[in-house]
Design a protein. Sequence first.
Length: 139
Amino acid sequence: MRSLILSLLLVLTSLTVNSQEKEGVTITVTVENVQNNNGIVAFALHTEETFMKGNGVANASSKIEGDKVQVTFNNVSPGDYALMVLHDENENNRMDYHDNGMPKETYGMSNNVMSFGPPQYEDAKFLVSNKDLELSIRF
């Protein structure tokens, strides 16, 4: 009887530990039209509070293979987010601009928003619920 109870406790403990490992969902992001293999592609997952204020709540970067890049954000909690992606060709960890204020490097946003002027959170936001997501971003 003792060994049965111990076995049940062990199973319940392992189930609890395994369920705690995945607290959120996985977001897989792909960019398929990178113009060249120079530098890296940087990804920043933002909430409304962090949008356009530096680092996101989660950040990733990847070298470019061909004209494609893919990264995965793990354990993302449910909520509203926006994704910003930058082809950082010179790897200086920031967007570079021409003298007239136009970006020198390509970039993209969730919902593939391309507007004149600064990006807006409301245009780029998407909902993370309890299902894994796959996003495709265009430059």
